[in-house]
Design a binder for this molecule. Structure first.
Ligand code: AMP
Length: 292
């Protein structure tokens, strides 16, 4: 059977990218990814497709954001399936560079995430966000989008990208797409394929904890009680080796005290088997006067 899909143009180096971009009329939306595309990525691509004249998806596993003991070598790579999804979703251009195309030499000048990059994920992955921001800024320069789409699943990454765009006057509009989950609550992640069936069951404690925190907040609980409620669910699942559970201000990423109200980021990271997972929700803390 012959495919009727229009294949995206696939480019791997700067010259090809420049030529392909020059041929694109109108405004362009970029969806930066590390490949191994799943329904979460699909949601980003669809949002981009609905918002712009042309959609560019980048597929690049960025060594700069992986620590020495992290999973760069075993990060899943499913390029053919990724291209298939891009074709189905009407992506115009896939930029899939080699490491040497992005980093012809080891960069000396990089973007510093500053203090916001030292907490939560940054406390466990030194230099991670410097690597993320450096590659995202490079991808912005190379692909020249008007809009760029990122998932709420990586909440701290989003906070930092928004800060970078503001602090460094980067002319790109950042759009957030809600986290896509499995029906049982597990947030989709390229790393989920490394979970054994038993790991996968244990991993559900993460989304369960977030939901419990969300419900506690909806019931009027103050920040410390919301945090403790989520923590208790995770404490009851020893197969989740917890890095942190945190309830923080969604912009400044600082811990919240009992008098906090309004939106708060409840974030969890932990290892299940050999796989490190992160997830988060935004909860609404009620004003103190409304609490029982
Ligand atoms: P990655 O390929 O993991 O670097 O992710 C590329 C983009 O997809 C990032 O903006 C992620 O936040 C986003 N993303 C990953 N998983 C999900 C998900 N489950 N729901 C929504 N967005 C996601």
């Amino acid at each position: 059977m012959r495919s009727t899909l229009t294949r995206p143009v696939v480019v791997g180096d700067r010259t090809e990218l420049e030529a392909a971009r020059a041929a694109q009329p109108g405004n362009v939306a970029l969806v930066p990814t590390m490949g191994a595309l799943h329904e979460g990525h699909r949601a980003l691509i669809r949002a981009a497709r609905a918002a712009a004249d042309a959609v560019v998806v980048s597929i690049f596993v960025n060594p700069l954001q992986f620590g020495a003991n992290e999973d760069l070598a075993r990060y899943p790579r499913t390029f053919d399936a990724d291209l298939e999804m891009c074709a189905v979703e009407g992506v115009d251009l896939v930029f899939a560079p080699s490491t040497s195309a992005i980093y012809p030499e080891q960069p000396i000048v990089t973007v510093s995430a500053g203090a916001l990059g030292d907490v939560l994920e940054g406390a466990h992955r030194a230099g991670h966000f410097d690597g993320v921001l450096t590659v995202v800024l490079k991808l912005f320069h190379l692909t020249q989008p008007s809009l760029a789409f990122f998932g709420a699943k990586d909440a701290q990454q989003l906070v930092l990208i928004r800060r970078m765009v503001t602090d460094l006057d980067v002319p790109v509009q950042i759009v957030t797409v809600p986290t896509v989950r499995e029906p049982d609550g597990l947030a989709l992640s390229s790393r989920n394929r490394h979970l054994s069936p038993a790991d996968r069951v244990a991993a559900l404690a993460i989304s369960r904890a977030l939901r419990a925190g969300e419900e506690a907040a909806a019931g009027g609980a103050a920040a410390p009680a919301v945090w403790a409620t989520a923590g208790k669910v995770l404490a009851d699942e020893p197969a989740v080796d917890l890095d942190y559970v945190a309830l923080v201000d969604p912009v400044r990423l600082v811990d919240l005290t009992a008098d906090a109200s309004g939106p708060a980021l409840l974030a969890v990271a932990g290892r299940v088997g050999s796989t490190r997972l992160i997830d988060n929700v935004t909860v609404q803390l009620s004003p103190t006067r409304k609490r029982a």
